[in-house]
Ligand binder design. Sequence first.
Ligand SMILES: [Zn+2]
Length: 149
Amino acid sequence: MRCPFCDKDNTRVVDSRPVEETNSIRRRRMCDSCGKRFTTYERVEAIPLVIIKKDQSREQYDRGKIEAGIMRACYKRPIPVEKIEECIDAIESEIFNLEDREVESTKVGELVMEHLKELDAVAYVRFASVYREFKDVNTFMDELKKFLK
Ligand SMILES: [Zn+2]
């Protein structure tokens, strides 16, 4: 990026922080030629993401839904909220990194399970039991055994 003071293309970012209200990133830049600093704002483009449900109906992607599912699975588990948030962030960035406009809900479910597996065993099994709709105790036990191996 060109320096607005000396017009040399010799600048670097010295600090970046998100601005929540405007969904943008504020960057402090410094010019290595003249030493002056300036600020730029980068807008994060909102990518409309659609989730394809099992019955093929579509709905707008909603982070809150993933959050609710994970919170339920982590209920009363000794997991810091911070860790849960990190887990949701990781899942969300994987979803967006797929770079598809439409993502199957099953794909989202698999991603959540993958991450929960690393986070907490009980939370994982809880989520899997709801998500996979275990019909009976045997299928549930099979899944549990697979996980414990
Ligand atoms: Zn400069």
